[in-house]
Write a protein that binds this ligand. Structure first.
Ligand code: GDP
Ligand code: MG
Length: 160
C-alpha cells in the first residue's frame, strides 16, 4: 500500500450544486453555501437565477418519463434558484453526502436535507450525481466567463 500513489490518483472534480426555489424562499441560501464553504471545497461559480422552462427540462432530462416530472419542472421554475459550481478532490460524492438522501425524512440528521427539509418535492438543494454530470450541468447552467479560476488563501491549510 503506497499512500502517495493513491493520493496522486485522486481526481480534481467539479459539481453543480443548486439551492432550489424553496431554499431561496425559506432564507436558507447562506446556510447551504456555508456547509460547502466550511467543508473546504472551492467555489468557482455562483449566481441567483430565474430558471426558464427549457433549461429545467434539459437539466432533468433523465427523469422525463417519471410521473412527478411536470411537478418537478413547475417546482424548479417557480422562483429564483442559486446556482453554484464547486471544485475539489472527491467533491461530487462528498457533496451528495453533505446533501443527504432524496427524501428528507430518510436523510441523516447533520445533512442539509436531514436538517432543513421534510418532503422529497421540497428538498431544498440539488447536487450532481457523477463527475460527468457535474461537468454537463455546470456547462448547462453557467456561461463562458462565469466560472472563476483562483487559489483560495486557505489552500495550503486544507491539504498537506
Ligand atoms: P436527487 O439526485 O437526490 O436530487 O434525486 P433524483 O435525481 O432522483 O430526483 C431529482 C429531484 O426530483 C429530487 O431532488 C426531487 O426534487 C424530485 N423528485 C424525485 N423523486 C420524486 C418523487 O417521488 N416525487 C416528487 N414530487 N419529486 C421527486
Ligand atoms: Mg439526481
Amino acid at each position: 500500500f503506497l499512500p502517495h500513489l493513491v493520493a496522486s490518483m485522486e481526481q480534481v472534480e467539479e459539481t453543480y450544486i443548486m439551492v432550489k426555489p424553496d431554499g431561496v424562499q425559506r432564507g436558507l441560501v447562506g446556510e447551504i453555501i456555508s456547509r460547502f464553504e466550511k467543508k473546504g471545497f472551492k467555489l468557482i461559480g455562483l449566481k441567483l437565477f430565474q430558471c426558464p422552462q427549457d433549461l429545467a427540462e434539459e437539466h432533468y432530462i433523465d427523469l422525463k418519463a417519471k410521473s412527478f416530472y411536470p411537478k418537478l419542472i413547475d417546482y424548479i421554475t417557480s422562483g429564483p434558484v442559486v446556482c453554484m459550481a464547486w471544485e475539489g478532490i472527491g467533491v461530487v460524492a462528498s457533496a451528495r453526502k453533505l446533501i443527504g438522501s432524496t427524501n428528507p425524512l430518510q436523510a441523516e440528521p447533520g445533512t442539509i436535507r436531514g436538517d432543513l427539509a421534510v418532503q422529497t418535492g421540497r428538498n431544498v438543494v440539488h447536487g450532481s450525481d457523477s463527475p460527468e454530470n457535474g461537468k454537463r450541468e455546470i456547462a448547462l447552467w453557467f456561461g463562458e466567463g462565469e466560472i472563476c479560476e483562483w487559489t483560495p488563501a486557505q489552500a495550503p491549510w486544507l491539504r498537506e
